[in-house]
Design a protein around this ligand. Sequence first.
Ligand SMILES: [Zn+2]
Length: 451
Amino acid sequence: MRIVIDGAAVATVDAAGTEHSSGHVVVADGLIEAVGAGPAPDGPVDRRVDGTGCLVTPGLVNTHHHLYQWATRGLAQQATLFEWLTELYPVWAGIDDEITHSAAVAGLVRLAKTGCTTAADHHYVYPRGAGDLLASVVGAAGQVGVRLHAVRGSMDRGESNGGLPPDSIVEDLDEALAGTAAAIDRYHDPAPASFVRVAVGPCSPFSVSPELMSGAAELARDKGVRLHTHLAETVDEERQCLDEYGCTPVEYADRTGWLGDDVWLAHGIHLSDAAVARLGATGTGVAHCPTSNARLGAGIARVADLIAADVPVGLGADGAASNEDGGLGVELRQATHLARLRGGPASLTARDALRLATMGGARCLGRQDELGSLEPGKLADLAVWRLDGVEHAGIADPVAALVFGALPRLALLLAGGRSVVEDGVCRTVSEVDAAAALRAASERLLATVSR
Ligand SMILES: [Zn+2]
């Protein structure tokens, strides 16, 4: 299958930031064959896409999410992170494989419709008897047709052990490590162009023991997979870390083996200059989740400083219980606005934001050689954004239109050369069915809790 996209503006996000005001992208056998200015070179054409009025970018990479939370949106509306968790953990205790599947399909459809072709999902709630929750997420990603980095999360510090979550949804140390190892053995596909990879993800310092943090890091390195956790999200977390361990969250991560170029951390908001430098020196990535950070009033990450320190920074939607929109494209503008509220209007450009959402995310997931830019030989994951409606007409700079303007409708979204979204509509699953299943799952879950 050879697809030729012609007559579109193209932002390649390659190392030089090459852009074409009118150019082409050619896709063949799931890979990018050619990118350049002007019309496409001659060759066989199975499908020609008229890109007039459109901008082509790499598919966006979502570096942090909790798909099961699609079933628990709109709750704990005025809560801080700890208050929000305390209210939601008992609700999450009621999830099962069916609820998780419906939530994941809906969440992935929303991500795809907002330009996302690769999604990391951090699943850390495993109530006893809930079925195979990871299988639900992997199955959903296969149906929607986007690449999945399934982070097998875990928690081993329940309330009786000084943690925030109820004891019924935590595992013990051995269960958590064995479940994580089994997930890697079953689902992790290290092959090039892989659609499913697994990472190791104990949830956070305040829900996980130091033994699980260290053991999980050892397991990940033994298996050759990546490491992901929440870190430095709130001032409350920092205070608890100082009280309990006598060090900051980044120092704690350092002690437990959680800094390195195979690690990416969600949030990374409350960081000293020394912590920023340490992340840069170790190549540790950060998943920046601006809408979630704003929804929870957690703070504004030092994104410009992290970029300057050469920290790989990607964007994340975070779970939909703290970001009911759940889309990824909208985070381009959110990231730009938050960075500017912190550091002024020159602190993050529209192109910086696009790079975070593409190459930055690919670096966090260790896939910068395959994903994140439009270059020959890379995987054919791309978004064709429609910029010729009233929302964007007259904005001469297409990247500014994408980042500063309303989130455009997608003319086309390809993942591995396969069409996932066309003319704003998901083509791989029925959106009507996905919404109905999500509504039923959410109602069933909330009814269980109120009983
Ligand atoms: Zn999160």
